[in-house]
Design a protein around this ligand. Structure first.
Ligand code: AHR
Length: 509
């Protein structure tokens, strides 16, 4: 395969919003308990936070953290998680058929975020079993400085200053019939509008995310966006998209790896379709207001497969069971890198995104109780993209690539790529070779007059595309220098070979 990217400084897509590198901590499985919080762990601090996990979260470069769910939030009573720990109730969590001890709640999360590098908190309100009143109570508790019942309760519980939460999700995946309190688009649109109106009158600085579709493939996709946006357009700042990809199991027991490698095409189409729904609503309402996309759940997830099966039985509600603990292959990490490229390419419409999730649960970071924490394969594309792209500007991608055929998406480009002009003047190119068997000869034409002090290229690739990092072999898969990279100063061209199933970041300083 041949592919060529022309990097032209004259045409910008958008500034990279830091929130594009957000992640997600849900009360689910061992994400909170045994993940970020494990009192008694050898690295735990006085709050019970694992320092080894905090170090990896900082290295990952995750920004805004969405919390506390996810499906969990649709049955959550936020007030169970504040006040003295010994009087917090144990509750059933219907979403994950688990017991929630409430040992960890809003105060612990705010404290942990400070210790993890001052990341922003993106809080979700429960619009499944609850509504306007409880959302207003939580907002008052979190954001009013003092002098009211709930703000004074917060102060009495140890947080003198308000949490100052700006980003709020108006429920979670309310289009999904698995969601506690699932609603039609009409019902949800009405509720979201009234909650948004109330929250805005309490705190005019909030930024609100209304629920879009749980996936591009939902039967209600499109009409859901149209109905919900029609009712909420002037009151919200974002509409959400959620997408998870995995290689589908075929009847013969094999997996459709060819289509899986092209998952970025579906994500790109999803974003374009939602952007069209936003534009159509804006036109219909003759509005001047802008609504952006919060891609607040994205990842590879072997959904419905063994590690994601809920506990069952009336007497069986475990605390923090091992759930959704997918072990990611090298191929998964390459697709994951392609999803990041796709988010960057659409940085004019996608202003926030949350990698679902952060620790243990479909996560880049894994832990063992009392034992080590380590990086999954997906950790690498995230951390390097975040490090190179934060603060930069996405340049309009002018890309020509050979193609291949997929059962699911038809003919797709074999190479996907995007360039980001760094805040320091560097040019950073992110590229995947989606082909399962053919290497790609990749050429990047740099902007004219770019002074180059050096070029670095790092590639994620393994001959065994199913190789992964595990407790017993934590560093099996990692980034390697790509030593095929060459620079031709006369033509301002970088050339390199991309192995099949590989993700690469090139930095030209
Ligand atoms: O991230 C796991 C789950 O996926 C979330 O709880 C839910 O919102 C989605 O279906």
């Amino acid at each position: 395969t041949q592919a060529r990217l022309v990097v032209d400084d004259e045409f910008e897509v958008a500034q990279v919003n830091d929130r594009l590198f957000g992640s997600f901590v849900e009360h689910l499985g061992r994400c909170v308990y045994g993940g970020i919080y494990e009192p008694g762990h050898p690295t735990a601090d006085e709050d019970g936070f694992r320092q080894d996990v905090i170090d990896l979260v900082k290295e990952l470069g995750a920004t805004a953290i969405r919390y506390p769910g996810g499906n969990f939030v649709s049955g959550y009573r936020w007030e169970d998680g504040v006040g003295p720990k010994e009087s917090r109730p144990r509750r059933l969590d219907l979403a994950w058929h688990s017991t929630e001890t409430n040992e960890f709640g809003l105060h612990e999360m705010a404290k942990w975020l400070n210790k993890a590098g001052g990341n922003e908190l993106m809080e979700a309100v429960n619009l499944g079993t609850r509504g306007l009143e409880e959302a207003l109570d939580l907002l008052e508790y979190a954001n009013i400085p003092s002098g009211t019942k709930l703000s004074d309760e917060r102060r009495a519980n140890g947080a003198e200053k308000p949490f100052g939460i700006t980003m709020w999700c108006l429920g979670n995946e309310m289009d999904g019939n698995w969601q506690t309190g699932h609603k039609t688009a009409e019902e949800y649109g009405m509720l979201a509008a009234s909650v948004a109106r109330g929250m805005r009158s309490l705190d005019p600085d909030v930024e609100l995310v209304v629920c879009g579709s749980s996936s591009h493939a939902m039967d209600t996709f499109g009409t859901w966006e149209e109905t919900v946006l029609q009712k909420t357009y002037e009151l919200v700042d974002y509409i959400s998209c959620h997408a998870y990809y995995h290689p589908e199991l075929q009847e013969d027991g094999s997996r459709d790896m060819v289509s899986f490698m092209a998952s970025g095409e579906d994500m790109d189409g999803f974003i374009k379709d939602v952007a069209a729904a936003i534009d159509a609503t804006k036109a219909r309402l003759k509005s001047k207001h802008e609504v952006f996309i919060s891609f607040d759940e994205w990842n590879v997830w072997y959904l419905n497969e063994e590690p994601s099966k809920n506990p069952e039985g009336i007497g069986n509600w475990p605390v923090a069971p091992r759930l959704l603990e997918d072990v990611y292959t090298t191929a998964d990490a390459v697709v994951f890198g392609d999803l990041l490229i796709t988010l960057l390419k659409n940085a004019d419409r996608v202003h926030a995104a949350s990698l679902a999730q952060l620790v243990n649960v479909i996560a880049p970071i894994m832990t063992e109780p009392g034992g080590p924490a380590w990086r999954q394969t997906t950790f690498y594309p995230f951390s390097l993209t975040a490090r190179l792209a934060k603060g930069g500007t996405v340049l309009e991608p002018k890309l020509a690539s050979g193609t291949f055929d997929t059962p699911r998406y038809g003919e797709v480009p074999a190479v996907n790529s995007v360039a980001v002009r760094g805040a320091d003047g560097s040019v950073n190119v992110f590229v995947v070779n989606r082909s399962l068997d053919a290497p790609a000869e990749f050429e990047v034409k740099l902007p004219a007059g770019l002074e180059t002090a050096g070029i670095e290229a790092q590639t994620l690739h393994e001959d065994d595309i199913l190789a992964c990092n595990t407790l017993d072999d934590q560093n099996r898969v990692t980034l390697h220098d790509n030593d095929t990279v060459a620079f031709d100063a006369a033509s301002g061209t970088v050339r390199m070979t991309l192995p099949p199933v590989s993700w690469t970041a090139v930095r030209v300083k």
